[in-house]
Design a protein around this ligand. Sequence first.
Ligand code: PEP
Ligand code: MG
Length: 301
Amino acid sequence: QREQAVAEADQPAMTLDGRTVEVLVNVGSVQDAVDAHGADGSGLVRTEVLFGDRRTAPTVAEQVERFRAIAAALDGKPITIRTWDIGGDKPLPFLPQDREANPFLGERGIRVFRRRPQLLRDQLEAIRQIAVETPVHVMFPMVTTADEVAWALDELGPRPDGLEVGIMVEVPAAALRIETLAAGLDFVSIGTNDLTQYTTAADRTNSAVAPLADGLDPAVLQLIDHVVRNAGVRVAVCGDLASDPQSAVLLAALGVHELSAVGPQVPLVKALLRQTDLTQVPTAEVLSARDAAEVRQLVRR
Ligand code: PEP
Ligand code: MG
């Protein structure tokens, strides 16, 4: 089954009802991009992972070179570069952070750079440079308010033709106000790992509460549905939910346009989409389901 899926991976994921869903790959290294089969580009380049082994900050030129290698490995298809997403469980040696009582609720993602923007400015310079050569999307993590979006766009400055700009939707407040936050953007990308953590108030790194942090919780799905209906721009999902073929089919049925999965899952997600009539997925029942277990039953059927 996997062999067949890999053999067909380069073909588009067109569903039985005729919708083509873009399936992209999440990468944290150039090798991830080299190993990807059939991805329609990268929906998430985790830059803090890409340079996570560094003791000192990479130069603009070093960042450009690494982005160029990822784009080349994906045959020049679009790559979505996420700006430094540090804090929470992700320290970065070259940007020391203060100790916090609640790191996941503290200076994380874009919040880190309001006080000291230089590292972000260098990264945005690298992104503007690579965007002249190859199709690039840039997105900002952990956005909560419209003011943060305005600040990020200001930091990005004049953008080269073709550089698309978006935000990640990982905070329930951002999901609920998506109409305002997404105005003027090209796309939004839902990070279901964090959106689930913040919706269920269950730490994604704490196995004791892992059953609560279920991306198929109807509360999370209702937020995703709200985003799809109100964003007014292209909606992607790059959290782990998009890597599970059945969940990915559900996301597509809810109207998500783009899914970004871990490399080995890309062919499997595409294969299941090709076998599915999205109009047959009982989305209304799923959204009003009692819990994640009931959602799973409905989707399996
Ligand atoms: C997410 O939160 O779903 C996401 C894709 O970002 P990360 O897992 O890197 O926090
Ligand atoms: Mg996240």
